[in-house]
Design a protein around this ligand. Structure first.
Ligand code: ATP
Ligand code: MG
Length: 320
């Protein structure tokens, strides 16, 4: 199967990105054909500083490789190195009703907050559709926030196929409910753009500090607490063994436990979990030439794959 997913270089990658998306990407890469990319064009919708964008692109690549992405097997590239996708987006845009884009939540949310959205944000789901369709993806592993965009992709592909004959494969989403929305330290969805993340490779001290800042209710030590509504508990679920989790569940419900205890243990578990990858991450930091070589190599393979789909779409739509 072909597996496709992208991640925006809009900040340092965090625990939500890992459990909601990257973990599945890494697990699926052995038995399938993985196509994973760094979505710079998507990140441009929030107008980052040029140097910041470059730093984040490098960090995303280094994080993925440190965590085990296998560049020999998996195609891994920068979105901006594959212009075929942008051309495909234009072909798709001509069969896409404006109303379909207007219903997309990322755009709607921004307007609802009274912020003005740029045209890139408005068209964001269409570029994502081009990404997915260009690589003939079977499966798109993502967090719950992306569900609507994949439905939009299927709508557009079906419309194109209906008008111009069988051109695109219809993809399927792959969302694991238990990790679909990892909460951030403020209790909202953990997001690079909300300033509420715990980064995968956060320096140890900083990671502990951030965990201690996770928002909880004000129940005192002796009072019983509800694990089902607690962000600390939601994060413990990602890292603790089943037996340990049962114990925490009991301690929460019985009372006699302070949130500080749960947070300290959570920080320990997080640090332990990512420790085996830290050394590799530090090595990669010192080897930008290697990272560049991986991304360039990936771009060549990605261009070849997207080029075939684009040629078919151009032919079917009546271009030369
Ligand atoms: P931004 O705030 O810039 O949108 P982000 O943190 O939401 O950044 P993205 O690059 O948009 O990250 O998303 C990359 C992948 O990680 C997507 O598949 C997305 O669904 C998933 N993801 C992001 N945040 C979470 C989260 N808190 N829980 C589960 N999955 C997540
Ligand atoms: Mg996002």
């Amino acid at each position: 199967m072909k597996i496709l997913s992208g991640i925006q270089p809009s900040g340092r990658l965090h625990i939500g990105n890992y459990f909601g998306a990257m973990k599945q990407h890494l697990q699926l890469q052995d038995a399938n054909d993985g196509f994973y990319f760094i979505a710079e064009y998507h990140a441009l919708t929030s107008n980052p500083e040029p140097d910041t964008l470059r730093d984040y692109v490098f960090a995303v690549a280094a994080d993925y490789l440190a965590l085990g992405l296998n560049p020999e097997k998996t195609v891994f590239w920068r979105q901006t190195d594959v212009p075929e996708v942008v051309e495909l987006m234009w072909l798709l845009s001509c069969v896409t009703p404006v109303g379909l884009m207007e219903r997309c939540v990322s755009y709607k949310d921004k307007l609802a907050k009274g912020l003005s959205a740029n045209h890139g944000l408005f068209t964001y789901p269409l570029l994502q559709a081009a990404d997915i369709l260009a690589f003939e993806s079977d499966l798109v592993p993502v967090g719950a926030d992306q569900k609507q965009h994949i439905e939009v992709t299927c709508d557009i592909a079906q419309k194109f196929n209906h008008l111009y004959g069988e051109t695109f494969k219809i993809p399927k989403e792959y969302i694991i409910d238990s990790v679909a929305v990892v909460p951030g330290i403020d209790g909202q969805k953990m997001s690079k753009s909300y300033d509420n993340t715990i980064e995968i490779f956060e320096p140890e001290k900083k990671m502990r500090k951030k965990v201690m800042k996770i928002k909880t209710d004000s129940a005192g030590v002796d009072e019983p607490k509800n694990p089902d509504t607690c962000s600390v508990f939601a994060l413990l679920k990602l890292f603790a063994s089943e037996d340990e989790l049962k114990e925490w569940d009991k301690k929460y419900r019985e009372g006699g436990m302070g949130y500080g205890d749960a947070k300290k243990r959570l920080a320990e578990l997080m640090l332990e979990f990512f420790k085996p990858y830290r050394e590799k991450r530090e090595e990669l930091d010192k080897d930008p030439a290697y990272i560049e070589k991986v991304l360039k190599g990936g771009a060549e393979r990605a261009r070849a794959a997207a080029g075939e789909t684009l040629a078919r779409a151009r032919h079917n739509i009546g271009i030369r």
